[in-house]
Write a protein that binds this ligand. Sequence first.
Ligand SMILES: [Zn+2]
Length: 267
Amino acid sequence: MSNDNPGIRNDSGKRAGTVRLAVVTTVVLALAGATVFALLADASAGEAGKSAGATTTVDPALPPPTVDMAIVRESEDGGKTVNITLDDGPDPRWTPKALELLERYRAKAVFCLTGPNAAAHPDLVKKIVAAGHRLCDHSVSHNTAMDKKPVSYQEKEILDAKRLIDRASGGERIWYYRAPGGSFTPQIRQIAAAHGMRNLGWNIDPADFREPGTDTLVRSVKNQLSKGPTVLLHDGGGNRAQTMEALEPLLPWFAAEGCHFSFPKAG
Ligand SMILES: [Zn+2]
């Protein structure tokens, strides 16, 4: 439940194309299945890492998108901004602490919820919304290999989670969809966009799920700030004590750096 693959850093669609070509070549050469699998995994990271302006092809077999299908990482506000995103909750151990810190430092965040966690903790989902934060669909099963599954499976994972989050929140807007581990495909992006959810990526990944130590986490986020505004952290899926300890100094540090808290573009 905890690993949002940090391999989603490739901003080059060209490189993704090269990787896909490598996959085809590998298949033709009938090399070992494990090698093919590894290359496919790279290819999916390439899809997830495409820039917001990447060309997208609409699949006529799926409902048409109502928001931009491209993966968003940029802020909806201008100027120097930061977008906090918290994945894999809500979790009664960590989400209340995250909400308290965000309130203390007048920060906003996107909470990427799995359907079952939302269904188990509707009180927390309602608190998230009441505090002015935004909801994001993070699938039902958190299957990081979802991009290799049939489209029918992908649709069910996305829409079943959306229904569970809808029910938990009382029908509040779900602004984004974030594929577990960044396992996006064009079809997955279209399914989310057809239901009004902007596909959400990230720029800054300190790999908090690996629990590298609070100081390392803080340093890693600070060092990556130049990459872009959207920070990937977790308030569920494991022990998030270090993440909460890291947020405490990081939230005022962003403000001291002249950043204001924004949200990723949703349109
Ligand atoms: Zn996740």
